[in-house]
Write a protein that binds this ligand. Structure first.
Ligand SMILES: Cc1cc2nc3c(=O)[nH]c(=O)nc-3n(C[C@H](O)[C@H](O)[C@H](O)COP(=O)(O)O)c2cc1C
Ligand code: SF4
Length: 519
């Protein structure tokens, strides 16, 4: 009988040696004349345990990790192929507390299935959402998505159903669906994990959006740093096309939908949806004025549904289980689940999908286990480079769009980056301004000029030159950037800057007088 072992082909696992582990397993199995099938799955998202190898046993999958190639002979000696004990054994995969306590809806299949096997996808409930959608009217699909409360997971949190309805109702001879897979936020990797670990869920989500809006062409705008995702997507798209899930007659509905991957050239601003459209049209990524919104006039001036990978990958489960099922998860106006990406100085970095409402403290300590350095947590940045820094004392905040906004923060794409007490927050504030200056598309003055002046002003504060005058200038500058920038790059850069200043004024070399003036 053939034994099945799973070795991830996810980039994170590959960077830790998964390829060599897979090779060592194949060689050792051949040497011992053991019949082993090695499936290259996605990552379960327990990155500190990668490469994590799983054995399929009669009592379910059993995990071992982190596995180095040198450990492979001893694992065979111990009988890991049948799930027997070994010092690297982590027990049944689904029982690992980090995984067991999650609520995986969007990530339900990631790490479980063979990413490029359409049969495996279907065997795990894949394409049920599209089958249901194919039997519904466009208006019914929109209502299901509206009912779910799904909001955009790319950063802005705009209600997904409203965007879909707008594109659906806008008449045109041509419409598009564009998936934003630029994933530029620091510390984020959930889009990549989906594309590498369960690409069909994204393809299915885009197809549902397309048949609803009446789009016949889709593009996945993929960042150039994701070559493994590009390869996996290409294989999955070809498989879907070959079996009639894409192409001239999707699922024999008479609907036409084609899908292509377009690779970006490495620019943070190309993740902003209108700059992304410029890039897709073959121009330099510069932000466009809005209105018109892309759902009315987007790619090549045609109605375009633009959504993040996670948003689109959530559509299949919403269509399969119904909007009410999805809406049952979450709190307030933040419905469903959020794939949270935990990174930085943390013991257990990884992917945690939880219903909205989980606290930052639970994420950092219960899941993350505190800092990797063992030193106290000093600050946590939520939401990528434009997100606020929260001090340890504020970690009880719930991950929820409104709760974070009430504290001058944002959820962004769900990235959480942890820093210990060796961090200098004045340097982080300076870095935020510098990042904005480097990544600015240059179209508007507050961002293009303001960010460069911002670096200079912070430098003067740190050098203790006229601190009160420069503090006033920095606030003024941040005010202008917030209110007069054309897009959120310039508009949100003040969040990390001002949060660092507010919660960590001593790092800027500010004395008691200046600190009391800040509060
Ligand atoms: C500077 C900047 C960078 C952005 N980068 C990304 C990105 O990498 N991925 C993404 O999905 N959205 C990004 N966005 C948000 C997009 O503009 C847009 O809101 C999103 O693609 C819409 O999809 P959603 O509604 O599913 O979130 C960025 C926005 C700004 C202002
Ligand atoms: S805020 Fe910055 S990135 Fe956005 S349009 Fe203005 S210059 Fe371009």
């Amino acid at each position: 009988m053939t034994a099945t072992l799973y070795v991830p082909r996810d980039s994170g696992a590959l960077s830790l040696g998964a390829e060599r582990v897979a090779r060592a397993i194949a060689q050792e199995a051949a040497r011992r004349k053991i019949d082993v099938a090695v499936v290259r799955n996605g990552s379960r998202g327990l990155y500190w345990l990668e490469p994590m190898v799983e054995a399929a046993t009669a009592r379910g999958r059993v995990a071992y990790g982190p596995v180095r190639p040198e450990a492979v002979p001893a694992l065979f000696d111990a009988g890991f192929v049948e799930g027997h004990p070994h010092p690297l054994c982590l027990g049944p995969t689904e029982e690992i507390p980090y995984l067991k306590s999650q609520e995986r809806l969007t990530f339900a299949r990631v790490g479980v299935v063979d990413p490029i096997s359409l049969d495996d996808y279907i065997a795990h409930g894949g394409y049920e959402g599209l089958q249901r959608a194919a039997a519904m009217s466009a208006a019914q699909i929109v209502e299901e998505v509206v009912e779910s409360g799904l909001r955009g997971r790319g950063g802005a949190g705009f209600p997904c159903g409203i965007k879909l309805r707008t594109a659906m109702l806008t008449g045109s001879d041509q419409k598009y669906v564009v998936c934003n897979a630029d994933e530029g936020d620091s510390g984020t990797f959930a889009d990549r994990m989906i594309m590498e670990g369960d690409p069909f869920v994204l393809i299915e989500g885009m197809t549902i959006a397309a048949i609803c809006a009446g789009a016949t062409q889709g593009y996945i705008y993929l960042r150039s740093e994701y070559p493994h995702a590009a390869r996996t997507l290409a294989e999955a798209i070809a498989a879907a096309r070959a079996r009639g899930y894409l192409g001239a007659n999707v699922l024999a509905t008479g609907k036409h939908f084609e899908l292509e991957v377009r690779v970006g050239a490495g620019s943070y601003i190309c993740g902003e949806e209108t700059a992304m459209l410029e890039s897709l049209e073959g121009r330099r990524g510069m932000v466009r004025y809005k209105p018109p919104v892309p759902a009315i006039s987007g790619l090549f001036g045609k109605p375009t549904v633009i959504n993040n990978v996670l948003t689109l990958a959530s559509m299949p489960i919403i269509l399969t289980q119904g909007g009410a099922f999805y809406k049952n998860y979450g709190v307030g106006r933040s419905r469903g689940t959020q794939p949270i990406q935990l990174a930085g100085n943390v013991r257990r970095p990884g992917l945690i999908e939880k219903a909205f409402g989980v606290t930052l403290r639970d994420i950092v300590y219960e899941y993350g286990g505190g800092t990797a350095s063992g030193r106290p947590v000093r600050a946590v940045q939520v939401g990528g480079p434009l997100g606020a820094y929260f001090p340890e004392s504020m970690l009880d905040v719930a991950l929820d769009y409104e709760e974070l906004a009430a504290r001058n923060g944002l959820l962004g794409h769900g990235g959480v980056v942890v820093f210990d007490d060796t961090v200098n927050m004045a340097e982080m504030a300076r870095y935020a301004m510098e990042f904005c200056a480097q990544e600015s598309c240059g179209k508007c003055t507050p961002c293009r000029i303001g960010s460069t002046r911002g670096v200079e002003v912070i430098d003067r504060i740190i050098a203790r030159q006229d601190q009160s005058g420069n503090l006033a200038l920095l606030r003024d500058l941040c005010d202008t950037m917030t209110n007069a920038s054309l897009c959120a790059l310039g508009g949100l850069t003040p969040l990390p800057v001002l949060s660092a200043l507010k919660y960590f004024p001593r790092d800027f070399g500010l004395g008691d007088d200046a600190v009391s003036g800040l509060h």
